[in-house]
Design a protein around this ligand. Structure first.
Ligand SMILES: NC(=O)c1ccc[n+]([C@@H]2O[C@H](COP(=O)([O-])OP(=O)(O)OC[C@H]3O[C@@H](n4cnc5c(N)ncnc54)[C@H](OP(=O)(O)O)[C@@H]3O)[C@@H](O)[C@H]2O)c1
Length: 321
């Protein structure tokens, strides 16, 4: 297959490139600087996976909010125009969205059919409502223009865990490695996550299954409270001790790290209703086994920094600068 990935140079794109190349597919990563090339790259392609958008790992200043929002909406609108104009458009277009679209949920799991979208919650921090507005605007931009010959799926992904440097798992494991991996905030908030192998296999599944369109949750079937999540991550690393981070301390820490606390304080209790109903076989449905596997690979990949670099830059991906 010919697979085209706008925004494929980041964390998720890198893991998908490795996955598809391993299967012998051809992959083109599209970068924003080369948008004039996008129509030619998408013509006659089989699959488009759009991951483009300014990273949310920053402080939500007025300027950053504008860029986070506009980069997602405008790249999605642009792709709607491009795909609508092609002679031979891709059969399927998977567009990034996020599990953050659901409300802060401590009480019950959120699947696609019965989950409640968040937004405008009076008690919620303004940053949480902002993220939900972005997700809603993003999906609206995606679905607002029907593409008759191209099936559309919005990927409501949870945090995708791989051992790559700088990824979200690496950051959380960094807390554990430095003795700071205790419970974060109240500890009752749920953590939704998905192992990179299940993420990549779910993408294969969504490409193949022509009966799937609309929104799909990509998350392990067993989200768990932060207290248990951090305890299992410590166990996988081989330590029992970790200083807890109460919410006030976390706010100071994230301010110093130029990021937001939403990622760890908002309760994301998102479950893969549609994938589970279709019998999708998760390799890592439970956190303890996923944590052990990720920690094991993190250790091996960090034994030699150069071996990691080789793996990231190897392969046959065509980069359009
Ligand atoms: N990582 C996760 O666990 C996760 C979970 C849920 C949802 N998502 C969503 O999935 C997508 C991919 O995630 P990721 O972690 O791979 O993100 P990432 O590492 O930040 O990469 C996103 C890509 O978007 C492009 N980009 C950056 N700024 C842009 C801008 N101003 N305008 C247009 N494009 C821009 C960049 O590509 P170029 O610089 O090459 O153009 C970048 O490589 C994101 O939209 C994210 O919100 C991720």
């Amino acid at each position: 297959m010919r697979i085209v990935i706008p925004g494929g140079s980041g964390q998720v794109g890198t893991l998908l490139c490795r996955h598809f190349l391993g299967q012998g597919h051809s992959v083109a990563v599209l970068r924003r600087q080369s948008s004039s090339e996008w129509p030619a790259q998408l013509e006659d392609s089989d699959v488009c996976i759009n991951l483009a958008g300014r990273s949310v790992n920053c402080r939500y200043t007025v300027r950053n909010r504008r860029i986070i929002y506009e980069s997602r909406i405008s790249s999605t609108q642009f792709l709607n125009e491009v795909i609508g104009s092609l002679k031979h458009p891709p059969h399927v277009w998977l567009n990034a969205s996020t599990a953050t679209i659901y409300r802060h949920a401590l009480d019950r799991p959120m699947d696609e059919a019965t989950g409640e979208l968040g937004g405008g919650d009076p008690g919620a921090p303004d940053t949480w409502n902002f993220s939900i507005d972005v997700a809603k605007g993003w999906e609206q931009a995606f679905f607002s223009t029907p593409t008759r010959r191209t099936r559309k799926v919005a990927l409501r992904s949870a945090m995708t865990f791989s051992p790559s440097r700088g990824g979200v798992f690496d950051v959380l494991l960094g807390l554990v490695r430095h003795g700071l991996g205790g419970t974060i905030g109240p500890g009752t908030q749920f953590v939704s996550w998905i192992h990179e192998a299940d993420f990549a296999n779910a993408i294969d599944f969504l490409i193949e299954r022509e009966d799937f369109d609309g929104v799909v949750n990509l998350a392990s079937p067993h989200p768990l409270p932060n207290r248990d999540f951090m305890r299992e991550l410590r166990a996988a690393w081989g330590t029992r001790i970790g200083l807890p981070s109460p919410s006030w301390l976390l706010e100071i820490g994230t301010l110093l790290m130029r990021t937001e606390s939403e990622l760890v304080l908002k309760s994301r209790r998102v479950v893969p209703g549609r994938l589970a109903a279709a019998g999708f076989p998760f390799l890592f449905p439970d956190w303890p086994a996923a944590a052990r596997e990720l920690v094991g690979r993190w250790r091996r990949e960090n034994e030699s920094a150069s071996s990691w670099k080789t793996r990231q830059t190897g392969g046959e991906v065509r980069w359009l600068e």
